[in-house]
Design a protein. Structure first.
Length: 186
C-alpha cells in the first residue's frame, strides 16, 4: 500500500471499463438499480469515471481525483461531476439527494475514523437511502487490492452497521459472494 501511495499519490485512477463489464460488476450494478427503483436524484460519492452513475441515470458524481472527474465530465455530460473529499465534507445541504451511493470506497479510507466520517456525511446528504458496496471475495481479481487499506470482515461490518443503525430506520446487509451490500433506509 505504501509503495502505491508513493508512486501514484494515493488517488485511484480511472477504472478500466472492461473491469466494470465483468459479470460480478454487472450484478453489483443491478443490485443498485433495484434499490434506486427509477429514482435519478442520486449522488455518487467516489464516482471514479462516472460509469455506475450513468448506468443508474443519476445526477451528480464526486471523486477525490481530478483525472476521474475530467474523464467522467467528458464521457457523461448529462450529469454533473465535481472534485470533493467525503472525509473533509461535501458542499451539499442535508437531505439534498434522495439516494447517496458509495460503491467500493470505504475500504480505501482509514479505518475506523475516516470510514466513520464518510458514513456520517453520506447519511447527512441522503434523504431516503444510502447504498454501500464493499468487495468481499478474497481473491486477487476481486478484493485483495494493494490500494485497499482494510478488508470487509465481521468486525468491520459490525462497526459499520452499529454506526448506521443508530441514525436510521433500517440497515440491511447481504452478499452475493463477491460484494457486500448495505442498504440504509433513513
Amino acid at each position: 500500500h505504501q509503495k502505491w501511495l508513493n508512486k501514484e499519490g494515493g488517488l485511484e485512477k480511472p477504472t478500466h471499463l472492461e473491469t466494470l463489464l465483468q459479470p460480478e460488476q454487472k450484478a453489483r450494478i443491478e443490485w443498485l438499480k433495484e434499490r434506486c427503483d427509477g429514482i435519478t436524484e442520486i449522488l455518487d460519492i467516489g464516482c471514479n469515471r462516472g460509469y455506475i452513475l450513468k448506468e443508474l441515470k443519476g445526477k451528480t458524481g464526486v471523486d477525490i481525483n481530478p483525472e476521474n472527474i475530467e474523464l467522467a465530465t467528458r464521457e457523461y455530460p448529462q450529469s454533473y461531476f465535481m472534485v470533493g473529499n467525503v472525509v473533509k465534507g461535501l458542499p451539499f445541504e442535508s437531505n439534498s439527494y434522495a439516494i447517496v451511493i458509495m460503491t467500493d470506497i470505504l475500504e480505501h479510507l482509514e479505518y475506523p475514523f475516516d470510514v466513520w466520517k464518510a458514513l456520517i456525511e453520506g447519511l447527512r446528504i441522503a434523504r431516503k437511502r444510502l447504498l454501500i458496496t464493499l468487495p468481499y471475495k478474497k481473491t486477487e481479481r476481486y478484493a485483495l487490492c494493494f490500494k485497499h487499506k482494510w478488508f470487509a470482515d465481521m468486525h468491520t461490518i459490525g462497526f459499520i452497521v452499529k454506526a448506521l443503525i443508530k441514525r436510521c430506520q433500517k440497515v440491511s446487509v447481504s452478499t452475493d459472494g463477491n460484494f457486500l451490500y448495505l442498504e440504509v433506509v433513513k
